[in-house]
Design a protein around this ligand. Structure first.
Ligand code: AMP
Length: 423
C-alpha cells in the first residue's frame, strides 16, 4: 500500500470542521482588523528564502524542500510566508501604496523537521503582515490581533511572551557579549551550537539540548544591550499593550529562528503536553515580530514590517486540550426514508428542494431496506426522520419524527422547507 509521506497529514471530514473553525475565525478577525487576504505561490526561487529567511538559520540550512525544475532552476517549497509576501509586494509595486499595508494569509508550509506531536513536515499557518510603519503602535496592534485571535477561539491556557532583539546598531554589541560568554563555555556546548557560535550565536539561546538550555539561563540578556531607540521602542510597545489591557510577560530568551527579525519579537505559548519521558513540552502556538530590513534584503525599498504566524495544528491541539465543546460535522435536519422505487425517486426530489432552500436533508441512495434506512438515519445523527411511501405521496403529507423526543408531527410535504425554516 502506498502511504502518505512522513510528517504530513490527511484531515478527515469529521476533523475538518475544527480546521474550518480556526480558519474562519482567522478570516473574521483579519477582516475586523482591516487586513486583506494575500495568496502567493507554494514554491519560490530558493534564493528568496536563502536571502530573506537567512542562510545561517536551521530552516534554510537543514529544513527546506529544495528541488531543481526541468529548466534546472533551484526552487523551494515555502517554509514560511513572510519572505514570499515581501517578494510579492515588491514585485506588484505595492511598496508605494497608502501605508500601512495590511495583509493576511492562510497557507501550507513545508519544513523537513523531525516529526513529533504538533510538528509536521507539511503544516498550516495563519499569518498577518503589516508593512510601512516603524512605530511601536504597529507592533502592539499586531500583537493585539494575535492575542485576540487566540482568545476568540476559546483558548485560555496560553501566555504571550515578548522581547526585543535590538537593531543593526545595538545587536552587534549583544552578539559580541553572547559570543564571549559562549566561547568561555565552549566545551559544554552541543556540536550544533559550536557551529552556531560562529554563524548565529543568538540561536544558541533557543537550543533544546539540556546543557545548552542550562547555559542560556546565565547568558547575557538582550534587553541589557539595547540602544536608546530600541529601549524606548520596547517601552512604548509595553505601554501600548498595557493600555489595551493585554497580559504579557517579557522573556529575554525569545530570539526567534529566522534571521529577518529586528527589535520586537514575541511568541504565544500554549498548553503543555508530556513527551514520552514525561517532560512537559509547551507548544509554541505562534510567533512573530518586526522585520525592518527584510524588504531591502530581497531587493526592494526600505520598508519596515511587523507580523506573526500561528500554527493551525497547534491551535487545534490547544483547543482539544481545552475541554471546550468543539465544532463537528454538520448533521442532517431530516432523513427521508422511502418505501419502494417510486417513493425513492420522490424522496430525492423532496431532498433536493430542501437542500436548495439551505436545509441539510438526506435520503436513501444505496437501496437499503426500511429498517436499514432508519438505522442509518440514526447513525448519521438526523434530527428528524420521515417515512415516505405511496400513501404519504397520495395524501401529500408526511409524519416527521423527532429522533431525540420521539414526538411526531404531521406536515404537508410541500411545506417541509417552511416547517424547518420557521421552527
Ligand atoms: P515560525 O515560522 O517558525 O516562527 O513558526 C510560527 C508558528 O508556526 C509556530 O509557532 C508553530 O505554531 C507553527 N509551526 C512552525 N513549524 C511547524 C511545524 N513543523 N509543524 C507544525 N507547526 C509548525
Amino acid at each position: 500500500m502506498i502511504i502518505k509521506p512522513r510528517g504530513t497529514m490527511d484531515i478527515m471530514p469529521e476533523d475538518t470542521p475544527l480546521w474550518q473553525y480556526v480558519e474562519e475565525k482567522a478570516r473574521e478577525i483579519s477582516n475586523t482588523h482591516g487586513f486583506g487576504e494575500i495568496r502567493f505561490p507554494t514554491f519560490e526561487q530558493t534564493e528568496l528564502f536563502a536571502r530573506g529567511v537567512g542562510d545561517t538559520t536551521d530552516v534554510v540550512q537543514k529544513e527546506m524542500y529544495t528541488f531543481f525544475d526541468k529548466d534546472n532552476r533551484s526552487m523551494t517549497l515555502r517554509p514560511e510566508g513572510t519572505a514570499s509576501i515581501a517578494r510579492s509586494i515588491v514585485e506588484n509595486g505595492r511598496c508605494s501604496d497608502a501605508m500601512p499595508l495590511k495583509l493576511y494569509y492562510l497557507i501550507s508550509c513545508f519544513r523537513y523537521e523531525k516529526p513529533a506531536s504538533g510538528r509536521y513536515r507539511e503544516f498550516y499557518q495563519y499569518g498577518v503582515e503589516m508593512y510601512g510603519s516603524e512605530s511601536a503602535a504597529s507592533d502592539a496592534s499586531v500583537i493585539a490581533l494575535a492575542d485576540s485571535y487566540v482568545k476568540s477561539l476559546g483558548i485560555t491556557d496560553y501566555s504571550l511572551e515578548i522581547n526585543s532583539i535590538g537593531c543593526k546598531e545595538c545587536r552587534p554589541h549583544y552578539k559580541k557579549a553572547l559570543t564571549d560568554y559562549y566561547t568561555a563555555n565552549y566545551d559544554t556546548l552541543c556540536d550544533t551550537c559550536k557551529t552556531r557560535l560562529k554563524t548565529n550565536p543568538l540561536r544558541i539561546l533557543d537550543c533544546k539540548n539540556p546543557e545548552c538550555a542550562h547555559l542560556a539561563k546565565d547568558a547575557p540578556k538582550t534587553l541589557d544591550y539595547l540602544c536608546e531607540n530600541c529601549t524606548s521602542h520596547m517601552k512604548t510597545v509595553e505601554d501600548s499593550l498595557k493600555s489595551m489591557g493585554i497580559t504579557y510577560k517579557v522573556d529575554t530568551g525569545i530570539v526567534r529562528g529566522l534571521d529577518y527579525y529586528t527589535r520586537t519579537v514575541f511568541e504565544i505559548i500554549g498548553p503543555g503536553e508530556p513527551d514520552k519521558d514525561g517532560n512537559v513540552r509547551r507548544l509554541a502556538l505562534g510567533g512573530g515580530g518586526r522585520y525592518d530590513g527584510l524588504v531591502e534584503e530581497i531587493g526592494g525599498p526600505k520598508l519596515p514590517g511587523v507580523g506573526f504566524a500561528m500554527g493551525l495544528s497547534r491551535l487545534i491541539i490547544a483547543l482539544q486540550m481545552s475541554g471546550k465543546e468543539l465544532p463537528s460535522k454538520k448533521k442532517p435536519v431530516l432523513y427521508i426514508a422511502s418505501l419502494g422505487t417510486n417513493a425513492q425517486i420522490q424522496a430525492l426530489g423532496i431532498v433536493n428542494k430542501l437542500r436548495n432552500a439551505g436545509i441539510y436533508a438526506e435520503c436513501d441512495l444505496v437501496g437499503r431496506s426500511l429498517k436499514a434506512q432508519m438505522k442509518y438515519a440514526d447513525k448519521i445523527g438526523a434530527e428528524f426522520t420521515a417515512i415516505i411511501g405511496d400513501n404519504e405521496l397520495e395524501n401529500g403529507k408526511a409524519i416527521l419524527k423527532n429522533m431525540a423526543t420521539s414526538e411526531q408531527t404531521e406536515v404537508e410535504i410541500k411545506a417541509l422547507a417552511d416547517f424547518f425554516k420557521n421552527r
